[in-house]
Design a protein around this ligand. Sequence first.
Ligand SMILES: Cc1cc2nc3c(=O)[nH]c(=O)nc-3n(C[C@H](O)[C@H](O)[C@H](O)COP(=O)(O)O)c2cc1C
Length: 130
Amino acid sequence: MKKVYDFIKKCGTYYLATVDGDQPRVRPFGTILLFEDKLYIQTGKSKDVSKQIQANPKAEICCFAEGTWLRVAGELVRDERKEVKKAMLDDYPELRGMYSEDDDNTEVLYFKNATATFSSFTAAPEVINF
Ligand SMILES: Cc1cc2nc3c(=O)[nH]c(=O)nc-3n(C[C@H](O)[C@H](O)[C@H](O)COP(=O)(O)O)c2cc1C
């Protein structure tokens, strides 16, 4: 799990895919947090990406660095706890201009039933389930 988190941090930007009916949707994301051994992302409930996740929690992220790419596929679960939102925003203080752990919009979600796969052209895939 820490290896997955560290790699996403190294990438800086990852791409989050969601399902919108029969249409895949993908966009750049950057927020990532390891909290209570769960991998969290952050968004706003007002965004389409959030509405898509609530309608269908299946999601996948992908990022690439130094010849290796990582995909994390699973389900995203909303966590309404203020302490997780605070931990996320404390890690990304620049987001505090738009978000607060006390507002109605800030959303953090963690991966469950997830499979992380590290791939490269030179080594066998490494799979981590969490
Ligand atoms: C480098 C980068 C990182 C971003 N990180 C996030 C993020 O962590 N959370 C978020 O909600 N939006 C983030 N955004 C903005 C989303 O990509 C943008 O709001 C997108 O339109 C959301 O998808 P949607 O239009 O399908 O709702 C980021 C944008 C960029 C360019």
